[in-house]
Design a protein around this ligand. Structure first.
Ligand SMILES: *[C@@H]1O[C@H](CO)[C@@H](O)[C@H](O)[C@H]1NC(C)=O
Ligand SMILES: *[C@@H]1O[C@H](CO)[C@@H](O)[C@H](O)[C@H]1NC(C)=O
Ligand SMILES: *[C@@H]1O[C@H](CO)[C@@H](O)[C@H](O)[C@H]1NC(C)=O
Ligand SMILES: *[C@@H]1O[C@H](CO)[C@@H](O)[C@H](O)[C@H]1NC(C)=O
Ligand SMILES: *[C@@H]1O[C@H](CO)[C@@H](O)[C@H](O)[C@H]1NC(C)=O
Ligand SMILES: CC(=O)N[C@H]1CO[C@H](CO)[C@@H](O)[C@@H]1O
Length: 878
C-alpha cells in the first residue's frame, strides 16, 4: 500500500450513484485511527451517518486491515470491530502467511477517508475501484461495488454452466451450493468458487472473495453505461485477496498460494472409468467388466452407484443383489487384473439404520432436547453428519475401516461422494421427512434377480450359471464401541468469528437468486447450529461438501496410509482441490452439455485449482446417441478425470454398445495412454507449483485478442492443442491457431496460423496439434491397463519451434505413494542434439526406445531408434 496516505484524485463519475434504490441512503463509513507499520495498514471505520438498515442492521464499527502479503498478493479485510461476525474457519481455509520480507509490491492500495472507498492499482492501472459507492455492512447483508473497464474479459466465479468468459450485462452469479440436476445455465450449481480473473490486454489479475455465505455477484452496466461488478452477500466479512498476475497463469499460481495446491493423484486414476446408475446386481457389474474386455476397450476402473446399498443406505450392501462374497470376488477379480473399483457414499445416513447417533455426530435440531435434524434423501428419512463435531471424523473412519475393510468388506480403491451440497429432497419446511419419503422417494421394489447369470469366462465359478448362491456374510453390525461425544454446548461465552446472534437464519431480508428458492429449500435447514463452536448452517452451508471431502480423504488415508486417495466429489468450495477431484454433476446427454463441459473443465482446472475434473462422458440424464457418445468419448479422452456415467433408465451407453463408439474409445484410450506420462507430468507440476496444466487459449497467448472468447479449444498440458467437434451432424471444426508453429498429431504436417476450418473429422477423430518448441514423452505403445502401460518403453516426440529448438519434461515415480522417490527429467533439443538432464531419484524399468523428430526440412516425421536409459544425465546426437 505504498502511497496509501495519498488521497485519491476525484474520480470521473465518482459522484454518479446508480439506482440501487434502497441502498442509496446508506451513509458509508468514515476512516479514523489510521496506522501503518511496514507492509500493514489498519484503520477504524465508523458508520458515517444514520443507519439505513436495509437488510438487517448496519454495524456501526468496523476495522480495516490491509496487508501486502507478498510482492504479488494484497489482502484487504473489512470486519466488525467486535469480531463476532462469522468468518470462514481456518480449518477449511488456512490463511496464507505474509512473507517476512516481501519485495516491493506490484499492487498498491489507495483509499479515500470519508466516506471510505478504496482502489487497488498495478502501476497506473486501476484494477479494483469502489469509489463513488458506499460500502454496506449489515447484520445480514454486505455490499461492495467495483468499477471495471468496458467490455471486460472476466472468467471464474463458479460453479456455473455459462460461458467461460462471463457475460457483462444483466448477469448474476449466485453462490449457494445446490443439487442442480441437469446443470441449467444461469443458475447456482453444486459448488462455490468466488474468484474471478480479469484479463486485460496489458495484464491479468485475480480477485478472490473469501466468503462462504450465500451471495449474488452481479455484473452489469449502470444506466449511464459504466461497467461494474458488485458483491451482495447475506453474511460474513469483506475479505479480499488481490492477485497481481500479470499473466493469467501467474494468477492461477498466486491463487494456489491462498487456497492450497491441488492433491496429486495416482497414475491409475488417469485411466478410463466406467459407471452407471441402475446396474441391477453384482452379476451385471461383472458382465460389464467382461464385455469391456471382450470388446478390447481398456477398462481401468469399474464403479457402482447407490445400487449396491441395502435400501440405499450408506455402509450397507443389498444382501440379495450385491452380497458380500460376490462383491469380494468381483473386487479380487478386478485387482488380479490390475483394475480398480470405486463406489459411492452419500453423507445422509438412514435415520433408522444409523450408527453414530450415540456419539452425537449427526446434526441436531435441538441439542438440549436431543432431537436430531432429519431430511429425506435416497434411503428415506435421514440424518446428516456434523463435520464440525470433533467426533465425526472418528465415526467416519470407523465406518470406512469396517465397511471398506480389505479382509471383511469391500476393498475399494477410490471413493465417490455425492449429494453433499447437502441435498435434501424434502422441500422446506420439511415437516415430516418420513412421510415425504414414502410418498416421493422410496423406490419401487427392485426387479427380480436375474437367473441364471451369463457365462463370464475368467470369473470365478460362483459367477457362472448353475452355481447356487452361498449365504452371504451379514454386513450389519451392532453398535460400535460407544465413545461419548464431547459436544461443547453453545455457551453464552461465544468464541470469536462464529456468527452474530439474533439473525433470521431462514429468511434473510436480502434474497439471493437461489434457483431452489429460499436458502433452506431442498437442503439442510440453515438455522441448524453445528456442534463444537456453534457455527450456523446459514454461514457454513457452502462448505459442507468440502468438509465431507476432507473427512473422507482422511478416512481413506487411514485405510491405506501410503496411497494417494482418489476422492471424487460433487460439492466443492474454494480450495477443495487440495483434497478431492470433482465431476461436473448430473448433466444431460445433449450437445450443449458436451460443449459446455469444456468451459466447465477449464474453469475448475485452470482457475479454481481443482484439476482432477471431468463430466459424465456421453451424458448422464436422458438418452445419448451413437454420434454424441462417439464425439464425447473423443473429448473425454482429454478430461483429466475420464469417466462414462449414465442415469437409471437411460439407454445403455458403455463404450462397447455401438461399433463406432467402441472404435472411437479404443482409439482415444490408445492416444491417452501413450500420453499418460505427459499428462501425469503436467498434472504433477500443477500440484507442486500451481501452474495449470489444462489451459484456455488465452492462458498461453494472453496478448492475442482472438483467444479471449475461445472456449471450445484448449491446451492439454502446454504442448497439445485440442480442437473437438462440438456440433451434431458436423464433421468440421472452426479452429483458431495463434501465431506459432503447430504440427498435426496424426500427420506431422504444419498447420498455418489464424482461423482454419478443419474438415472431414470423422466420428472416431479429434484434431490434436502439437505446439512447436515442445518435447512430449510418450509410451511406444498403449496397453490394456495402466499397470501394463508402465512396462512400455518411451518415445520422445520432438516438435521444434521456429528457432529449431524444443524442450520438455518427464516426471516419474512409483505411481501411487504419497512420499514417493521421483525422477524429474528435462529434455532439451537443439542442432540435432538431445540433452537429458534433471534429477533421477526414481529409475523406471524401461528406457527411451525411439525419438521422433517433426519438422519441415527433413520430411514430416523422422523416427530414430535409440536406447537412452533414464537413470542419469546424457546427451545424444540424433
Ligand atoms: C493498460 O492499458 C490501459 C488502457 O488500455 C492503460 O490505461 C493502462 O495504463 C495500461 N496499464 C499498464 C500497466 O500498462
Ligand atoms: C435481465 O435478466 C433477467 C433474468 O434473466 C430478465 O428477466 C430481464 O429481462 C433482463 N433484463 C434486461 C434489461 O435484459
Ligand atoms: C454384454 O454383452 C452381451 C453380448 O453382446 C450382451 O448380450 C449383454 O447385454 C451385455 N451386457 C452388459 C451388461 O453390457
Ligand atoms: C422449494 O422448491 C420447490 C420446487 O422444487 C418450490 O415449488 C417451492 O416453492 C420452494 N419452496 C421454498 C420455500 O422456496
Ligand atoms: C430413453 O430411452 C428409453 C428406452 O428406449 C425410453 O424408455 C425413455 O423414455 C427414453 N428417455 C428419454 C428422456 O427420452
Ligand atoms: C445449459 C443448459 O442447457 N442447461 C439445461 C440443462 O438441463 C436442464 C433440464 O434438464 C435445462 O433446464 C437447462 O436449461
Amino acid at each position: 500500500m505504498r502511497g496509501a496516505l495519498v488521497l485519491l484524485a476525484p474520480l470521473v463519475g465518482a459522484a454518479v450513484l446508480t439506482s440501487r434504490s434502497d441502498l442509496d441512503d446508506c451513509p458509508g463509513y468514515s476512516t479514523s485511527n489510521i496506522q501503518q507499520f511496514g507492509q500493514r495498514l489498519t484503520a477504524d471505520l465508523s458508520l458515517a451517518g444514520d443507519a439505513c438498515n436495509t437488510y438487517g442492521s448496519d454495524l456501526p464499527d468496523l476495522k480495516l486491515l490491509v496487508e501486502e502479503q507478498s510482492e504479488h498478493r494484497l489482502h484487504v479485510l473489512i470486519y466488525d470491530a467486535n469480531e463476532e461476525v462469522y468468518q470462514v474457519p481456518e480449518s477449511v481455509i488456512l490463511r496464507p502467511e505474509c512473507e517476512k520480507e516481501p519485495k516491493e509490491s506490484h499492487l498498491r492500495f489507495d483509499y479515500e477517508e470519508n466516506p471510505f472507498s478504496f482502489r487497488v492499482l498495478r502501476g497506473d492501472e486501476v484494477l479494483f475501484d469502489t469509489s463513488g459507492t458506499n460500502l454496506v455492512f449489515q447484520s445480514q447483508y454486505l455490499y461492495l461495488r467495483t468499477w471495471l473497464p468496458n467490455h471486460p474479459n472476466l472468467y471464474g466465479l463458479g460453479e456455473h454452466s455459462d460461458s467461460l468468459r462471463l457475460p457483462t450485462t444483466n448477469y448474476t452469479r449466485t453462490m449457494w451450493n445446490r443439487d442442480a440436476y441437469g446443470i441449467p445455465s444461469g443458475t447456482n450449481l453444486y459448488g462455490t468458487h468466488p474468484i474471478y480473473i480479469d484479463h486485460r490486454k496489458n495484464g491479468t489479475h485475480g480477485v478472490f472473495f473469501l466468503n462462504s455465505n450465500g451471495m449474488d455477484i452481479k455484473i452489469d452496466k449502470t444506466e449511464d453505461g459504466r461497467q461494474y461488478l458488485d458483491y451482495n452477500t447475506v453474511g460474513g466479512v469483506l475479505d479480499f485477496y488481490f492477485l497481481a498476475g500479470p499473466r493469467p497463469k501467474d494468477v492461477s499460481v498466486q491463487y494456489s498460494e491462498v487456497v492450497g495446491l491441488p492433491a496429486m493423484q495416482s497414475y491409475w486414476a488417469f485411466g478410463y472409468h466406467n459407471c452407471r446408475y441402475g446396474y441391477q446386481d453384482v452379476f451385471e457389474v461383472a458382465e460389464v467388466v467382461y464385455n469391456y474386455s471382450r470388446a478390447g476397450i481398456p477398462l481401468e476402473t469399474m464403479w457402482t452407484d447407490i445400487d449396491y446399498m441395502d435400501r440405499r443406505r450408506v455402509f450397507t450392501l443389498d444382501e440379495e443383489r450385491f452380497p458380500l462374497d460376490k462383491m469380494q470376488e468381483l473386487v479380487s477379480h478386478l485387482h488380479r487384473h490390475d483394475q480398480h473399483y470405486i463406489v459411492m457414499v452419500d453423507p445422509a445416513v438412514s435415520h433408522s439404520g444409523k450408527r453414530g447417533s450415540d456419539r452425537g455426530v449427526f446434526l441436531y435440531r435441538d441439542h438440549e432436547q436431543n432431537e436430531l435434524y432429519q431430511g429425506a434423501v435416497w434411503p428415506g428419512a435421514t440424518v446428516y453428519p456434523d463435520w464440525f463435531n470433533p467426533d465425526t471424523q472418528f465415526y467416519w473412519n470407523e465406518e470406512f475401516k469396517r465397511f471398506f475393510s480389505k479382509e471383511n468388506g469391500v476393498d475399494i480403491d477410490g471413493l465417490w461422494i455425492d449429494m453433499n451440497e447437502a441435498s435434501n429432497f424434502c422441500p422446506y419446511p420439511c415437516q415430516n421427512p418420513a412421510e415425504y419419503a414414502i410418498e416421493n422417494i422410496l423406490p419401487p421394489p427392485p426387479p427380480p434377480i436375474r437367473s441364471p447369470p451369463r457365462r463370464l469366462p475368467g470369473f470365478p465359478a460362483s459367477f457362472q450359471p448353475g452355481h447356487s448362491p452361498s449365504p452371504s456374510i451379514p454386513t450389519k453390525r451392532d453398535n460400535l464401541v460407544q465413545k461419548m461425544g464431547n459436544i461443547k454446548k453453545r455457551t453464552s461465552e461465544k468464541a470469536k468469528k462464529i456468527g452474530l446472534a439474533d439473525r433470521n437464519l431462514i429468511n434473510p431480508a436480502y434474497q439471493i437468486a437461489n434457483l431452489a428458492g429460499s436458502l433452506s429449500n431442498k437442503t439442510i435447514d440453515t438455522e441448524i447450529i453445528h456442534a463444537g463452536d456453534g457455527y450456523a448452517e446459514y454461514d457454513t452451508h457452502n462448505i459442507y461438501g468440502t468438509m465431507m471431502g476432507s473427512a473422507s480423504r482422511k478416512a481413506m488415508l487411514q485405510r491405506r496410509p501410503h496411497a494417494r486417495p482418489l476422492v471424487i466429489t460433487r460439492s466443492t468450495f474454494a480450495g477443495a482441490g487440495a483434497q478431492v477431484g470433482h465431476w461436473l454433476g448430473d448433466n444431460v446427454s445433449q450437445w450443449d452439455k458436451h460443449r459446455v463441459s469444456i468451459a466447465q473443465m477449464l474453469a475448475f482446472a485452470s482457475i479454481f485449482q481443482v484439476p482432477m475434473v471431468g463430466t459424465d462422458v456421453c451424458g448422464f440424464a436422458g438418452n445419448t446417441t451413437e454420434e454424441l457418445c462417439a464425439r464425447w468419448a473423443m473429448l473425454g479422452g482429454f478430461y483429466p478425470f475420464f469417466r462414462n456415467h449414465n442415469e437409471f433408465g437411460s439407454v445403455a451407453q458403455e463404450f462397447y454398445r455401438w461399433p463406432v463408439v467402441a472404435q472411437a474409445a479404443r482409439k482415444i484410450i490408445d492416444i491417452r495412454y501413450r500420453l499418460l506420462d505427459y499428462l501425469y507430468t503436467s498434472f504433477h507440476r500443477q500440484t507442486v507449483t500451481g501452474t495449470p496444466f489444462l489451459q484456455p487459449l488465452f492462458y498461453v497467448y494472453p496478448e492475442d485478442e482472438k483467444t479471449f472468447g475461445n472456449e471450445l479449444q484448449f491446451f492439454f498440458g502446454d504442448a497439445l492443442l485440442i480442437s473437438p467437434v462440438v456440433g451434431e451432424g458436423e464433421d468440421f471444426v472452426q479452429a483458431y491457431f495463434p501465431d506459432d508453429v503447430f504440427y498435426d498429431w496424426f500427420t506431422g504436417a504444419v498447420v498455418p496460423g489464424g482461423s482454419v476450418t478443419l474438415r472431414n473429422v470423422g466420428l472416431t477423430d479429434i484434431p490434436i496439434h502439437i505446439r512447436g518448441g515442445r518435447i512430449i514423452p510418450l509410451r511406444v505403445t498403449s496397453a490394456t491397463t495402466t499397470t501394463e502401460l508402465r512396462k512400455r518403453g518411451f518415445e520422445l516426440l520432438i516438435a521444434p519451434g521456429a528457432d529449431g529448438r524444443a524442450a520438455g519434461e518427464l516426471y516419474l515415480d512409483d505411481g501411487e505413494s504419497i512420499e514417493a522417490r521421483a525422477a524429474e527429467i528435462r529434455f532439451e533439443f537443439a542442432q540435432g542434439r538431445l540433452k537429458v538432464l534433471g534429477k533421477f531419484g526414481y529409475h523406471p524399468t524401461v528406457a527411451v526406445e525411439a525419438v521422433t523428430l517433426l519438422g519441415q526440412g527433413r520430411g514430416r516425421r523422422h523416427v530414430t531408434r535409440v536406447h537412452i536409459e533414464l537413470t542419469g544425465p546424457t546427451e545424444v546426437k540424433l
